[in-house]
Design a protein around this ligand. Structure first.
Ligand code: KG4
Ligand code: ZN
Length: 333
């Protein structure tokens, strides 16, 4: 039996998990910072790092207690070393290195995006390789061809805003609250997705994405409505905005199925918690005869169990990190 302690402090949540053999979650503790950042309408990096420093040990202690384990029982410590907020990453990495040094436990470094992909192995059914991995989060929107552990080929990525970032910015613009994704999902349920024809940047011949034009289109629409003193139909605006994002994500995935000849899709990342995106990808999968794998919403958003799952594979492959490990804000997979 191999036990891995996973640590993720890449963004605004402190998370520590104990994962058995890369597939079984014994604990997955997440200390959310949402309340701290809410009043600013977005993450304040310095406040995030300070809170990580405060929470890293209590969260680790709780993860170990919940799993009924001690640090000494761990076969390895897997820490997310990027991409993310550098001050936040430093906290997790320094903490992980200190444990490994003092207890003589092997250290492994996991890319946050690799973690998101590996969240799929924490639930049943598990996909076999190769598969297409669509990661849709606050910091990233990327499409990968995954042929096995460590074999990731980037097919496309966002050229500007990530999908989650667009959700957050549109929510802020409309005063719907933070984080934007869940707020928009709620209001969109009451709106008409066909009410407003917002643009869809399909970028033909490319698997790249672009969502900043959409965000600007929403801003322009809202300004015009306000200037003309028209009633702002918020539900319709967000439903139409969401339809535009989802149409692009679904269509591009469809293209990738045809181009790569792979009929297995893994959808993950914070935006994959969205029920309409989940429904539409599954619907497309049925039409195209493709298998769709989507972890539960709480495993799609940031968590340390996914770092533990990927970390197990590093450990098994003997891909250890040294105590000179440095986190990186920009870290392509
Ligand atoms: O993966 P994640 O937890 O953190 C990053 O790695 O960025 O993703 C966070 C993003 C945020 O932009 C948040 O607004 C979005 O995921 N999100 C959602 C939903 N829940 C979280 N977007 C749409 N619908 C949701 N239900
Ligand atoms: Zn993430």
């Amino acid at each position: 039996m191999s036990l891995v302690l996973g640590i993720d402090t890449s963004c605004d949540d402190t998370s520590v998990a104990v994962v058995e053999d890369g597939v079984k979650i014994l604990s997955n503790i997440i200390s959310s910072q949402t309340e701290i950042h809410r009043k600013y309408g977005g993450i304040v990096p310095e406040l995030a790092s300070r809170k990580h420093i405060e929470m890293i040990w209590p969260v680790t202690d709780e993860a170990l207690k919940t799993a009924g384990m001690r640090l000494e029982d761990m076969s390895g410590i897997a820490v997310c070393h990027g991409p993310g907020l550098i001050g936040s990453l430093i906290v997790g990495c320094s903490f992980a290195k200190a444990i490994c040094f003092s207890k003589g436990i092997p250290l492994v470094a996991v890319n946050h995006l690799e973690g998101h992909i590996y969240s799929t192995f924490l639930v049943e059914p598990k996909p076999s390789f190769p598969f297409l991995g669509l990661i849709v989060s606050g910091g990233h929107t990327c499409l990968y061809r995954v042929d096995g552990f460590g074999k990731y080929k980037e097919l496309g990525r966002t050229r500007d805003d990530a999908a989650g970032e667009a959700y957050d910015k549109v929510s802020k613009l409309l005063g719907l609250g933070y984080p934007g994704g869940p707020a928009i999902e709620k209001y969109a349920k009451e709106g008409n997705p066909k009410a407003i024809e917002f643009p869809r940047a399909y970028l033909p011949d490319s698997f790249d994405f672009s969502f900043s034009g959409l965000k600007t289109a929403v801003l322009k629409f809202v300004k015009e409505q306000r200037t003309e003193s028209k009633e702002l139909r918020v539900n319709d605006i967000v439903a139409s905005f969401q339809a535009s994002i989802i149409d692009v994500l679904v269509r591009k995935t469809e293209w990738a199925i045809r181009k790569e000849g792979i009929r297995r899709i893994v959808l993950t990342g914070g935006v994959a918690a969205n029920s309409e995106l989940r429904r539409r990808i599954k619907e497309m999968g049925e039409e195209r005869g493709a298998e769709i794998f989507i972890p539960s919403p709480s495993l799609c958003t940031d968590n340390a169990a996914m770092i533990g799952a990927a970390g197990y594979c590093h450990l098994k492959a003997g891909k250890l990190a040294g105590l000179d490990l440095n986190p990186k804000a920009y870290l392509p997979l």
